[in-house]
Design a protein around this ligand. Structure first.
Ligand code: NAP
Ligand code: MG
Length: 488
């Protein structure tokens, strides 16, 4: 394509070098708040580029693993330090490239710093257990070894935190990495990888290949020299990646979609519940895997809750995420924007009652971007598409219920099981919810979104491949256990 020379081009990172794809093709990365703003040009890579990166990662792995965990951790501390110094620039790039507000982008980048430090410390923690042997003279213990080369396939909605929460544990436990970032957020990813480069990781330990999911992503999933694939993204693609890895006997981990419920009990603090519903459902333009999308409200408080929700949603300022007063930015891409609008149309045509928003924003400069109004439906039936499929946009569905028991039953009527929340002051309700709700992340009097890096994260049912990421749980995916018996 014809490249505007004043706009920077970003390269693949293979074996310690920034390199063009062998295809010599680049594509623009677009600002969703203003489609005329090109954030940078990024590589359209081929399978040949994937092969080069995997070869580099494979060659580097043995000597990387020979270092101690403490030493590997030192590199992560350095990367954390550099990322923290570049926080402002990387956060601004993220906002420009995928639209979330600068405040959210800064918080996410800082989270990346914390994750790197957490896993840097992991390099000095235990990697096994001593188990009493039935032979009183024997020593029975476990130790852990890396998988080898890990392929990381990441989405655009957390373009700093997700690659880091996969790469940091992979690296500290002795794996080398080939990252394929989402096409929407390659410039942000390249700036993260620059931090790893400058931290001085040995050549080949960290690699990044950018390009389409069907070529580069699938190439990673299929590659015989990739020993583990960690994927976050949609269910359709996740299943494909999982199948490809399974077929060739590689380990895989899939974190996928959600259709996350919040339950508002009749005894809830309604102001708190409204805040949590707005924040969980609409921050990041509803593009979090843990975003609230179905709101179950006990009949007695339905009207007051709805009135407060409508009052609050009117105050949300929509705009370019770089403006300090913006609360909600655009959809991250044109295709996401059309998807959200088509779900809104489906909601209307299937008989849900639109009570707020529902339109594209066309006022002033908003017309240049992929902005959709915060949207609220009521009279939503659980069989409607907007109650079943993940929308990944600023759309809430309100559903009245007669009891907490009914709310939990309906909340569980979904193929997903990522996160769920309840607002209640009744401990009995809370305990019933914790016991019966089918979700990997459960919140009481707090929004469905929001994950702490030091705790396990992942979903039940179709939301994940049943593994967990982050915190101490990450060791389970990124290592294999060796059980050892020793006798003199
Ligand atoms: P996506 O379309 O599934 O893409 C995810 C990644 O897979 C991207 O890097 C994509 O590359 C790549 N890919 C696409 N086709 C592929 C293929 N055939 N083989 C291998 N890789 C392929 O998802 P997304 O739209 O980026 O992200 C949104 C989804 O992520 C939502 O469903 C959301 O719920 C989920 N998500 C889940 C979590 C979680 O932890 N559970 C967290 C965040 C997001 P391209 O960008 O080049 O297409
Ligand atoms: Mg973009």
């Amino acid at each position: 394509m014809k490249v505007q020379t004043e706009i920077k081009t970003y390269f693949n990172y293979i074996n310690g070098n920034w390199v063009s794809s062998v295809s010599n093709n680049v594509e623009p990365s677009i600002n969703p708040a203003n489609r005329h703003d090109i954030v940078g040009y990024v590589q359209r890579s081929t399978l040949e580029d994937v092969n080069e990166a995997v070869t580099a990662a494979k060659q580097a792995q043995t000597s990387w693993w020979k270092r101690s965990g403490v030493e590997r951790g030192e590199y992560l501390y350095k990367a954390a330090h550099i990322l923290e110094q570049r926080l402002q620039d990387i956060a601004e790039t993220m906002t420009r490239e995928m639209g979330k507000t600068l405040a959210e982008a800064k918080a996410e980048t800082m989270r990346g710093v914390h994750i790197l430090r957490y896993y840097a410390g992991e390099g000095a923690r235990k990697i096994g257990d001593v188990i009493p042997s039935s032979d009183s003279e024997g020593l029975l213990f476990t130790t852990r070894v890396p998988l080898g080369v890990v392929g990381v396939i990441s989405p655009w909605n957390f373009p700093v935190a997700i690659p880091i929460w996969k790469m940091a544990p992979a690296l500290v436990y002795g794996n080398t990495v080939v990252l394929k970032p989402a096409s929407e957020t390659v410039v942000t990813a390249a700036k993260v990888i620059e931090c790893f480069h400058e931290a001085g990781f040995p050549k080949g330990v960290v690699n990044m290949v950018c390009g389409s999911g069907s070529v580069v992503g699938q190439g990673i999933a299929n590659h015989p020299d990739i020993d583990g694939v960690t994927f976050t993204g949609s269910n359709t693609v996740g299943k494909q990646v999982g199948r490809a890895a399974f077929e060739r006997g590689a380990k895989y981990q899939l974190e996928m979609g959600g259709k996350n419920p919040v339950i508002v009990a009749k005894d809830a603090d309604l102001d708190l519940a409204v805040e949590g519903t707005i924040s969980g459902g609409l921050r990041s333009t509803g593009q979090k895997c843990t975003a609230t999308s179905r709101v179950f409200i006990e009949r007695e408080v339905y009207e007051p809750f709805k009135a407060k929700l409508l009052e609050r949603v009117k105050q949300l300022k929509i705009g370019n995420g770089l403006d300090a007063e913006t609360w909600m930015g655009p959809c991250a891409s044109e295709s996401q924007f059309h998807t959200v609008l088509s779900y809104i149309e489906k909601g209307k045509s299937e008989g849900a009652k639109l009570i707020y928003g529902g339109n594209r924003c066309l006022e002033g400069e908003l017309a240049n971007g992929f902005f959709v109004e915060p949207t609220i439906f009521e009279d939503v039936d659980l069989q409607m598409t907007i109650a079943r499929e993940e929308i990944f946009g600023p759309v809430l569905a309100l559903i009245q219920v007669d009891s907490i028991e009914e709310a939990i039953k309906l909340a569980n009527d979904t193929e997903y099981g990522l996160s769920a929340s309840i607002y209640t002051k009744n401990i009995g309700n809370a305990l019933e919810f914790i016991k019966d709700i089918e979700a990997g992340l459960i919140k009481v009097n707090a929004e469905t979104a929001g994950v702490e890096f030091q705790a396990p994260f992942g979903g039940m049912k179709q939301s994940s491949s049943h593994s967990r990421e982050q915190g101490q749980a990450a060791i389970e995916f990124f290592t294999s256990i060796k059980t050892v018996f020793v006798k003199a």
